[in-house]
Design a binder for this molecule. Structure first.
Ligand code: BG6
Length: 484
């Protein structure tokens, strides 16, 4: 199958924080891959703006190295890299002072699509928005891309939305949640709304429960100082897992249009019940012989921050009343594997006798690695000897099903950046969505802080604390084993 690459209009993309980790690991390598795919027009330009004193040649060398490190060897084409690097330029800028703004203004063009990517510390989001205006660089049609974290609670998210709104209207603001750029996450919508098979069963009458797991093997590592102020709830649940929950639970939007989709997501968040103290389990990894403990990574021997969380959620609406959603995410777990599993109810009656009573179907959507879907179905066990049943997976790996192109799935960032250039906000969070997610998250965090709750310790390389299993067992259910 040949994938379609639709070129975008000429653009200037300014990346504030262009020398940072995200820019080197994800943004620039992603842009190179889009360039290689032929999506970038001749006169597209990428302008990095950062604090360091550097010239264009120095920046190009830096990104050349990043491409060598973070792009698959099979995609490293010398002449293409050279041509791509020629698109890059660098402006040394003082985000809160005067230096560099005139040079930036001179480097950008008013007659092409303009996007400004804020890949910087959140404290700079406001000042950058302000400066872009003051210096006459921003225009009515230009876009800003804002990285996470978007606030750390409802009050700070509201304040940030208000600051950005002074300079840009909502249609210009692209709040990134890179989970929305993942291929399988979008496939969730394709599967639900592109097939007749699933949607009629997609409700509390037929679905027993839903599990969302985002498991990581990495620890907090060098990000301890940021992470320790966030924890898994703020870092992963409020944004990434919440977005997955919305896409799986929302009503069908009338069309695949930014506001139609985001209106439906917002309704899900607003219908979430408050989480009771016995409906979540927090964990913190201990040390093992190969690695440091969370407390050592966070450089706080008293830290009460969670590196793991499991929760049971309820959505109070007609579709989902009575179907629990179980979410879990954590660091230093057994496998790097993320999936969404829809566990259907058991068939009501077994015509083959009680010994052949079957368990419900399971639709598992694997987000990473090895994107794909499996559907557990019951079939007859082959061979003579009567009607014996067996459960087998109907397996679809996207890489196998879609041929060579299927294994070459664009990274979340490259897809999202191209959507910014195209002016398509469907996969970006709207201000009210972010605020609603914080409004739901805040009381849960405040509750455990007030109670001074300690996270349960868990062993690195495990599936998290035992208490997370108990959360499920109490309801007569089990977490699925997620594998890489
Ligand atoms: C980031 C979090 O947003 O997502 C990190 O800050 C986390 O803590 C990362 O590791 C996970 O992203 P991915 O794409 O590797 O699943």
């Amino acid at each position: 199958m040949v994938s379609r690459v639709i070129p975008v209009d000429p653009f200037d993309l300014v990346i504030f924080g262009g020398t940072g980790d995200l820019a080197r690991r994800k943004i620039l390598p992603g842009l190179y891959r889009r360039f290689l795919a032929g999506q970038m027009p001749e006169d597209a330009r990428i302008i990095a703006a950062a604090r360091s004193d550097m010239d264009d040649a120095g920046y190009r060398a830096m990104i050349g190295e990043a491409i060598a490190e973070f792009v698959a060897k099979s995609k490293q084409d010398k002449s293409a890299i050279k041509k791509f690097l020629e698109r890059l330029s660098y402006v040394a800028i003082d985000a809160t002072g005067e230096g560099g703004w005139d040079a930036l203004k001179a480097a950008t063009r008013k007659d092409v699509t303009q996007a400004f990517y804020f890949s910087v510390a959140p404290s700079l989001f406001g000042p950058l928005a302000e400066r872009l205006h003051e210096k006459g660089i921003a225009c009515e049609t230009c876009r800003i891309v804002v990285e996470k974290p978007f606030g750390r609670d409802l009050a700070s998210a509201k304040a940030l939305n208000a600051t950005l709104a002074q300079h840009f209207h909502e249609g210009q603001i692209y709040r990134i949640d890179h989970y929305l750029g993942k291929e399988t996450v979008q496939n969730l919508m394709a599967v639900r709304f592109g097939n007749m098979l699933f949607e009629p069963l997609w409700n509390a009458q037929y679905v027993d429960h839903i599990q969302i797991t985002v498991a990581e093997t990495v620890g907090v590592g060098g990000r301890g100082s940021y992470y320790d102020k966030s924890g898994a709830m703020r870092d992963m649940v409020q944004n990434h897992l919440m977005q997955l929950l919305c896409l799986i639970a929302m009503e069908p939007p009338s069309q695949f249009d930014p506001d139609a989709v985001r209106d439906e997501k917002l309704k899900v968040i607003r219908a979430l019940d408050p989480v009771e103290p016995d409906e979540f389990v927090r964990g913190q990894y201990e040390g093992d012989k190969d690695g440091q403990s969370y407390k050592a990574d966070a450089e706080d021997a008293q830290s009460l921050t969670e590196s793991f969380i499991a929760l049971r959620l309820h959505i109070s609406n007609w579709r989902w009343k009575g179907t629990p959603f179980y979410l879990r995410t954590g660091k230093r777990l057994k496998a790097r594997a993320s999936e969404i599993a829809v566990i259907f109810k058991d068939p009501p009656h077994s015509i083959f006798g009680p010994q052949e009573a079957r368990r419900g179907n399971i639709l598992a959507i694997k987000l990473q690695p090895n994107e794909g879907m499996t559907l557990r179905v019951t079939i007859k066990e082959p061979g003579p000897g009567g009607m014996r049943l067996v459960e087998v997976p109907l397996d679809m790996s996207f890489a196998d099903a879609l041929g060579p192109d299927g294994s070459d799935i664009p990274d979340a960032y490259e897809r999202l950046i191209m959507d910014v250039i195209r002016g398509n906000q469907t996969l970006f969070m709207r201000g009210d969505e972010v605020e609603a997610a914080w409004a739901w998250t805040d009381p849960v965090i405040a509750g455990w802080e007030e109670r001074g709750e300690r996270p349960y310790p868990y062993e690195p390389g495990s599936t998290g604390p035992e208490e997370a299993q108990i959360l499920m067992h109490r309801d007569g259910r089990r977490w699925r084993e997620v594998k890489e």
